[in-house]
Design a protein around this ligand. Structure first.
Ligand code: NAG
Ligand code: NAG
Ligand code: NAG
Ligand code: NAG
Ligand code: NAG
Ligand code: NAG
Ligand code: NAG
Ligand code: NAG
Length: 453
């Protein structure tokens, strides 16, 4: 149908109005004449020149070459911009400064480009020879302002406490049109999460509530058709912890919360928990009747010679002074004096090889003994020292009712340094159920021979 209309026009009869419309809509190919554009949509930058390239070719002798540019916006009449026959250009005087064309080159230069220049540009080429050939193309032009570098603001700027605070990030750009906001965490688009919420424009995003996992490097990426800019990295401060409190030692044998140490060696305990800001660590010792503060800091050295009993109870307390949370872990040190002296004496009179074998044998037997001891101790021990046990329990109960409450005010500030400011608050916490349960647990685990289960 298009071909027929074209033929009619080619036939030199002038062509009907319908044919012209069809020609406008045709892809630009009409027998001998071909008009092409590299792109049907061109994104221009405000205040800069915009060049709309057009190519055409034909295979017939031509007397006149006519090029016409029209501009149309949705729901308005097309406007004539400029036209040419052969080399002479006839501009619309209203737009003379703005649009230029150098025929026979059909490309159009718009300078400067303004927001009002957004719309469709139609180029029509007519070739007059033996009859007339016509073809046209349409180019959609958008006009945008480039984006300036986005700046991310974070609230609260001083940092957010895990499970307490919400965190809001706002992305701001000074200039730019048709902005599309995207948020990245560690360089990747954010994963969906029930804790996240976005503003309709996407320029603000909230995490409610903040958790430790929300720590990371955030950036805001803003795009429009002519530019794309990413903000500097924002790494929010998140206060969390303590988590995973545990005590480890360089030597000795650890089974659950019990360390078995040889009498001869000093042992270094290391208390660690994940937290931000770093925890304050305190060490507490527990003897039959009292608890006593030992020191602050993550490490504790215990010299078994100085320990009066064969077992000693300790606790490490980790306190995060920003989240206000704390955790404590209790452990027992059992001091063994297995064969230290005897093996030392034997060594003197034995050859190196023999002593090596001896030591190996000794170690193997010790391990077996230890294993057996661990396995049977709970039952055997309880029968043997049932009397002692009763006494022990009684003393502890007494201590709990009297000594515990009496010693608290003096012990607590030492145990947890944050308490110096608000002792009564801390006391309240410590006298609460959690603490009592913990102490109860401690006492039960501290009873000799019921430790290893
Ligand atoms: C265009 O150029 C052709 C020859 O190159 C000439 O015959 C024709 O008259 C010119 N048309 C106009 C309008 O100047
Ligand atoms: C039209 O002119 C532009 C520069 O003004 C040039 O880059 C382009 O190649 C020209 N096109 C043709 C078909 O000559
Ligand atoms: C013009 O076209 C007619 C038929 O359409 C043809 O007879 C004639 O030879 C053509 N003239 C030239 C100069 O090509
Ligand atoms: C955090 O957000 C939740 C839900 O949006 C709201 O219920 C809560 O009050 C907010 N908390 C703070 C501290 O603003
Ligand atoms: C909003 O941002 C998220 C995360 O970057 C993205 O997945 C989503 O497509 C954005 N939505 C809109 C409407 O831009
Ligand atoms: C965050 O960025 C810092 C440097 O800016 C880098 O050292 C760190 O590894 C990054 N963290 C992640 C999780 O990518
Ligand atoms: C909290 O503890 C850190 C060390 O872990 C310390 O530097 C800081 O001063 C303490 N802040 C307060 C308010 O006690
Ligand atoms: C425990 O302490 C109390 C005083 O606080 C004392 O009267 C009692 O004799 C002590 N018991 C042991 C076994 O040391």
């Amino acid at each position: 149908m298009g071909q027929d209309a074209c033929m009619e026009s080619f036939g030199g009869k002038g062509g009907t109005f319908q044919c012209k419309i069809l020609l406008l809509l045709l892809a630009g190919t009409c027998l001998g004449l071909k008009v092409t554009v590299p792109s049907h949509i061109v994104h221009g930058i405000k205040d800069q020149p915009l060049y709309l390239p057009v190519h055409y070719g034909f295979h017939m002798p031509a007397s006149d070459i006519q090029i016409i540019w029209l501009f149309e916006r949705p729901s308005t009449m097309p406007k004539y911009l400029l036209g040419s026959v052969n080399q002479s250009v006839v501009p619309d005087l209203e737009y003379r400064q703005k649009f230029t064309m150098m025929p026979p080159n059909a490309s159009l230069l718009i300078n400067p480009l303004e927001f009002t220049d957004e719309g469709n540009y139609i180029v029509k080429v007519n070739i007059q020879g033996n009859g007339t050939l016509s073809a046209s193309q349409k180019i959609q032009v958008t006009v945008d302002e480039p984006i300036t570098k986005p700046v991310v603001q974070i609230r609260p700027s001083s940092g957010a406490v895990e499970y307490v605070d919400n965190m809001t990030m706002t992305c701001q750009v000074k200039a730019g049109t048709r902005l599309l906001y995207h948020w990245l965490k560690n360089g990747k688009p954010l994963r969906r999460s029930p804790a996240y919420s976005f503003s309709p424009q996407n320029n603000t995003f909230q995490i409610a509530p903040v958790t430790k996992e929300d720590a990371g490097n955030y950036t805001c990426l803003v795009k429009n058709p002519v530019s794309e800019m990413e903000s500097d990295i924002i790494a929010p401060t998140i206060y969390y912890g303590p988590y995973g409190l545990q005590v480890n030692s360089d030597k000795g044998l650890k089974v659950g919360e019990v360390f078995t140490v040889d009498l001869g060696e000093a042992i270094l305990f290391d208390c660690s928990a994940d937290s931000y800001p770093p925890n304050t660590y305190s060490w507490i010792g527990m003897t039959d009747n009292t608890t006593y503060f030992i020191k602050h800091g993550p490490r504790l050295e215990v010299a078994p010679e100085k320990v009066a009993q064969m077992t000693a109870d300790y606790a490490c307390c980790a306190y995060n002074n920003v989240t206000g949370r704390q955790d404590e872990t209790h452990f027992t040190v059992i001091i063994t004096s297995m064969g230290l002296e005897s093996s030392a004496q034997k060594e003197k009179s034995l050859s190196p090889l023999a002593s090596l074998t001896g030591i190996s044998l000794f170690l193997i037997i010790s391990m077996c003994l230890l294993f057996l001891w661990k396995k049977f101790q709970p039952y055997k021990g309880q029968k043997q020292i049932i009397g002692k046990l009763r006494h022990f329990q009684a003393t502890r109960m007494h201590w709990m009712t009297l000594g515990y409450t009496n010693s608290l005010p003096s012990q607590m500030p030492l145990v947890c340094p944050g308490c110096q400011a608000g002792l009564s608050e801390c006391l309240r916490v410590y006298q609460g159920k959690t603490c009592t349960t913990q102490f109860m647990k401690l006492f039960s685990t501290s009873l000799p021979n019921s430790k290893i289960t």
